[in-house]
Design a protein around this ligand. Structure first.
Ligand code: PEP
Length: 253
């Protein structure tokens, strides 16, 4: 059975004090609330807060992920953070190929593939983002775009390696815009992604792959999005910056 997952992507937000407060708010809220134990909760803060996040998570229910990783193993790559370093910090997950990294830092599918390889070599589960921009959806090219991202970013993996991958479908026009994909649009794309995986790796691998939805997901719309058979949770941006909203989303299954 595939895992249900709610992952929070803090992006480049929060001062150190605010990050500390949010982590403790999440931890306290988790003591007070009951989350379905089949739902995995992941918090992805900026690099400098990974250590405090890890420390708080040791005493709590959530796990910690990074937002990025180098495509290189080690060496003269100023400013980069390697998968070895993340592994050493016990980071279990890492977001790869977020649309902001694709758009602002020119992250191609080949770079996504190299980052995924680095993470898997260091026992970190990649959360691989895919999704079309508005013009592509308006031209009805969303399936072709997502297919290329999945094929070129992931289909070099063996079935065993692919089993470690979590996918996040994030239509770029829905990220941070307040516009959410309709539950039907999300389900349609998630089912399409699962069919691609089934074609490549077989039905069992496809059935076991968690496919998250991302794009203005919040407490008011999470329930109807997560009610779809192929939507296994969410990658949450803005709403993950507030402990109550984040946990309300985790309780929406
Ligand atoms: C994201 O950036 O991954 C995201 C889903 O952002 P938001 O929830 O703010 O749209």
């Amino acid at each position: 059975m595939r895992k249900k997952i709610v992952a929070g992507n803090w992006k480049m937000n929060k001062t150190f004090e605010e990050a500390d407060e949010l982590l403790n708010d999440i931890s306290e809220a988790l003591e007070a609330e009951t989350i379905d134990p089949s739902v995995g909760l992941i918090v992805c803060p900026p690099f400098p807060y990974l250590e405090i996040a890890s420390d708080v998570s040791d005493e709590s229910y959530f796990q910690v992920g990074a937002q990025n990783v180098s495509d290189q193993e080690m060496g003269a790559y100023t400013g980069e953070v390697s998968a070895t370093m993340l592994q050493y910090m016990d980071i279990a997950y890492c977001i790869v190929g977020h649309s902001e990294r694709r758009a602002y830092y020119h992250e191609t599918d080949a770079i996504v593939a190299a980052k995924v390889n680095q993470l898997l070599a260091h026992e970190i589960q990649p959360i691989v983002c895919c999704g079309e921009v508005l013009e592509e959806r308006e031209a009805n090219r969303q399936f072709e775009v997502v297919k290329t991202q999945i094929q070129d970013g992931l289909f070099h993996l063996s079935a065993e390696e692919f089993a470690q991958v979590i996918i996040a479908y994030e239509p770029v026009w829905a990220i941070g815009t307040g516009k959410t994909a309709t539950p039907a649009q999300a389900q349609e794309m998630h089912a399409f992604i699962r069919s691609l995986i089934a074609e490549k790796y077989g039905a069992q691998v496809a059935d076991n792959t968690s496919i998250l939805y991302g794009g203005s997901c919040k407490p008011s719309n999470a329930k109807e999005l997560f009610a779809n058979p192929d939507v296994d949770g969410g990658l949450i941006g803005g709403a993950s910056l507030n402990a109550n909203d984040f946990l309300a989303i985790a309780k929406a299954f």
